[in-house]
Write a protein that binds this ligand. Sequence first.
Ligand code: EPU
Length: 423
Amino acid sequence: MDKLLIHGGRRLQGDVRISGAKNAALPILCAGLLVPGTLELSNVPQLQDVGTTLKLLERMGVKSTRDVAAGTVTLDGSSVTSTEAAYDLVKTMRASILVLGPLVARFGEARVSLPGGCAIGQRPVDQHIKGLQALGARIDIEHGYVIARASRLRGTKIVTDMVTVTGTENLMMAATLAEGETVIENAAREPEVVDLANALIALGARIRGAGTDRIVIEGVDALHGGAHRVMSDRIETGTFLCAVAAAGGDLRLTHCEPDTLDATLDKLREAGLRIECGPDWIRGTMDGRPKSVNVRTAPYPGFATDMQAQMMAVNCVADGTGVITETIFENRFMHVQEMRRLGAEIDTEGTTAVVRGKRGLSGAIVMATDLRASAGLVIAGLVADGDTLVDRVYHLDRGYDRMERKLAAVGASIERVRTVDDA
Ligand code: EPU
């Protein structure tokens, strides 16, 4: 199992090229199932989750050609032979549920394993199911699988009980091929939803309102082939900004989309990071110690839950006390115990964490528990005195494109240690 060995205390200096967004790439890849032709994608990040999604699609008969170095993927969904997503892959990646809407919309049937438990919260998929039922699908849960059937979905009005990102995406994809108009109210406004809508529009879908809480989809009989460039990863961008805010230095992030990061940029400015933005770059400069900030996660355009652990790492070494409230997932403080192992002073009460900043942390062996927790621990390791060994790096590899190489290139002392599995 790979680990990351970090020798803390180095400032970060230089340029980092931001990759395509994981949470846009995954739904857009699943949209390949809607098309009896080719979907040509560029700016696809090099991630474990992209590989898992391609494997899932290939098992259904979607042909894929990938040039990893160029970041391109071409999918051909003209000869889909199976409408099943099996447990062995779904359990490793919850985003697999995103095949449900496209499969039932195009083929009239889908058999998709329920994802099961998750480290950060219960994460049910009831809203995906409720929405598909509203669109006329018959849903049965059998042997751990969601089975959806419909001769053709029918457009309708759907009001989701809460804002759900993949729920909105699944229903938007399903509605592209439904008969008539579908309105999704209380839709997620995340930029990744907009990127998916743009990809679907390039394939012939009729969608308006993506990026607002009311998305209107006019169903069409079929989609056609097309091309799309995946948006840049706002969470990767925010993660590198937190890294420079905590470790100090001067980073210029290129190929990014500053407009998608308002809440993160506001908080980091408040923490003392000097920020300059161009159309597709952000420069973050930090001298001295950050100031503590209070953070409350919220659906977009609020502060992203996917940035919470990284901002906590900044607060751990900041001047003052910061209160972090997690409102999206009920168990997304798994990194707290590990940050304490590095000497951080954090008290939690339910979904609130009070972080008393300290001048320094001290390196230790820590365990990554989920993707963003891992990123938070890497940032803490960059600041800690001595060596930090981050175990279970596979979580990080799922969603960050060669993070340690990008950090090493801007001056961090960080290396991947490959060990024989000691389980
Ligand atoms: N929820 C339900 N029922 C549903 C759907 C959601 O109760 O049917 C609840 C969830 O349990 C959660 C809240 O609604 O409490 C919001 O969850 P949401 O559905 O928005 O999350 P998601 O779509 O499963 C995506 C991202 C996550 C990100 C969240 C929130 C993808 C592939 N995943 O998950 O990304 O944290 O939105 O922004 O887009 C990550 O990248 O590390 C990650 C976990």
